[in-house]
Design a protein around this ligand. Structure first.
Ligand SMILES: [Zn+2]
Length: 388
């Protein structure tokens, strides 16, 4: 007589993808990573060249116009505009490839070339306007507060983060996506039950139209205080069962209940203070100070690309640390979703569907996850659910 063996737990490393789907997801993941690394490389080399070679002669050239010579703020904005526009020109081919052609090659994009170009132009315009305000503000703080600028600037950064956190879902996201109240009474009722007692009102659940751009399914928590809301992609609402949507919604409630956005803003302030402090040291050593004494009240305009380079390099170095905490938050929210719904089967099928629909490599190399991923791999998330 043979003894009955206990059934082996299912292997989740492929997240239910067949061999062909898995190969495709891995290929898409690899190409995406190469693009990301190339983009970072271009950013660093470009900003280093601007800072070390171009900035001073360019600033001298700009100062020949008397109005720019008299008003340093205007010259700063002019230098910023030139830097950003040159950067856009240099990185455009890669942005086009990774944002448009790569997505089409893997059947993930639903945008025409014109549609993509329009969104890209809007994004760049917003980035230019936002950077102009931020860097002008930063230099005013430096010129006004001198040696303690980096602490004051970190405080300023905190205020900007809070304001942006509030405005993002109501002012910025609608520039790119249609966002509307969730008009699905039956589903709303189910979600309402789940949100009960968490302080998140069903009034704050929205449908975000992603399907004009992509086939990928997504959901997110955004906003602060009165603008706090859960956004469910129409791609998710169309293709997932109510049980699966509930689990994903519960994951977003997890972010809300565990106050992850607030924690990210507060830790962001610590990071940026460290970044500004390092920048302070770099500028002290690098700048030709008038009269040889270090005086940040007189920080020259040509230092702008160096500040941009230092902050970009620092952000890249810090990315693995931020990703480490982000993955922790995601695991916390996953556990919350499983506890709150008790729907392990729906959780597993939802993540298998996400892997399939988004061509998300379920089990990328651990080093890649460690350095670049803000979410745990789907294989890990499924294995976690299986253990419960
Ligand atoms: Zn999440």
């Amino acid at each position: 007589m043979s003894e009955e063996e206990p059934a082996a737990p299912p292997d989740h490393t492929s997240a239910g993808l067949d061999r062909e789907q898995l190969t495709e997801a891995k290929q898409y993941g690899r190409l995406g990573l190469i693009c990301d690394l190339a983009d970072k490389g271009i950013d660093l080399v470009f900003l280093a060249l601007m800072a070390l070679v171009v900035a001073r002669p360019l600033d001298d050239g700009l100062a020949r116009w008397s109005i720019l010579a008299d008003f340093e703020s205007l010259r700063l904005v002019a230098l910023l505009l030139i830097t950003i526009l040159l950067h856009v020109a240099v990185s455009f081919p890669l942005s086009l490839y990774s944002g448009h052609f790569l997505e089409h090659r893997f059947g993930l994009s639903k945008q025409t070339f014109r549609g993509w170009l329009w969104r890209y132009t809007k994004r760049c315009t917003l980035a230019v306007a936002f950077s102009a305000v931020i860097f002008l503000g930063l230099y005013w703080i430096i010129w006004l507060t001198g040696p303690w600028w980096w602490i004051v600037a970190a405080g300023g950064f905190f205020v900007v983060s809070v304001v942006l956190g509030q405005l993002t879902p109501v002012l910025i996201m609608p520039l790119f996506h249609k966002i509307e109240k969730l008009d699905m009474p039956e589903l709303s009722q189910r979600l309402n039950r789940l949100a009960g007692g968490t302080g998140l009102s069903i009034e704050g659940v929205y449908r975000i139209v992603l399907s004009e751009e992509t086939v990928k399914a997504n959901a997110m928590l955004a906003g602060l205080g009165r603008t706090r809301r859960v956004l469910l992609g129409d791609t998710l609402l169309a293709d997932f069962t109510p049980e699966e949507i509930e689990v994903i919604f519960a994951h977003e409630i997890g972010h809300h209940v565990c106050r992850h956005i607030r924690k990210m803003i507060l830790s962001g302030m610590v990071y940026i203070a460290a970044g500004f402090w390092l920048c302070h040291g770099l500028l002290t050593a690098w700048v030709d100070w008038p009269g040889q004494s270090v005086d940040f009240h007189l920080l020259p305009v040509y230092t702008l690309p160096m500040v941009m380079f230092a902050l970009t390099a620092f952000a890249m170095l810090l990315e693995p640390v931020q990703n480490f905490f982000s993955r922790r938050f995601e695991r916390q929210s996953d556990r919350y979703a499983l506890e709150r719904t008790g729907a392990k089967e729906a959780y597993i099928s939802a993540f298998q569907k996400l892997a399939r629909q988004n061509k998300d490599d379920p089990d990328p190399h651990p080093l890649e996850v460690l350095l670049f991923h803000g979410h745990p791999p789907i294989a890990e998330r499924l294995a976690m659910a299986e253990r419960r």
